[in-house]
Write a new protein. Structure first.
Length: 167
């Protein structure tokens, strides 16, 4: 986990090796030298600014959120963030903990793409397709199968296939 300690106004006081590695920096001084805008994707930087302005106005800001960063080498990484008030050297500061969720985000995107493709094939195949669980419960069927058996697609979901389809 990457850990940073920052002041109320965002001054970086501490960064562990993991957070430096997430960003691809060799030292805390190098991290400090790079403007915040350059460390985030444009979308994440805009969200950062919104959170900062809300904090200044003492409005509610969730303590957990996700960001996308731009590493020193230009690679984009996705991080889960948890920000909490802490005491550092006797002064109230903020401790921010980062977890790199890039691989999980990529896997989620690939799964969503595969589901979308499967959905398109399922709907446009021209064949009757029924997906049944191990307990013979109808999990899904396409319009062609519903038409073949004279049932509605949504009306048979979750029912036993032998009760609905007569097989």
């Amino acid at each position: 986990l990457g850990i940073r300690i920052v002041t109320d106004n965002g001054e970086l006081l501490y960064a562990n090796r993991a957070i430096l590695d997430f960003f691809g920096y060799d030292s805390i001084d190098e991290m400090r030298a790079i403007p915040t805008r350059e460390r985030y994707t444009p979308e994440s930087y805009a969200e950062f600014q919104t959170r900062r302005e809300k904090r200044k106005r003492d409005e509610f800001v969730p303590s957990e959120y996700k960001i996308s960063i731009v590493r020193k080498d230009g690679e984009i990484r996705h991080l889960s963030v948890s920000r909490k008030r802490t005491t550092w050297n006797g002064t109230n500061q903020f401790q921010t903990i980062y977890q790199d969720i890039t691989e999980r985000s990529r896997a989620d995107a690939a799964l969503l793409q595969a589901y979308s493709e499967m959905n398109a094939i399922f709907s446009a195949s021209g064949d009757s397709i029924i997906i049944i669980n191990n307990d013979y419960t109808i999990r899904r069927l396409n319009e062609d199968a519903a038409h073949l058996f004279g049932v509605s697609v949504t009306g048979v979901l979750g029912k036993k296939c032998y009760d609905v389809l007569g097989t």
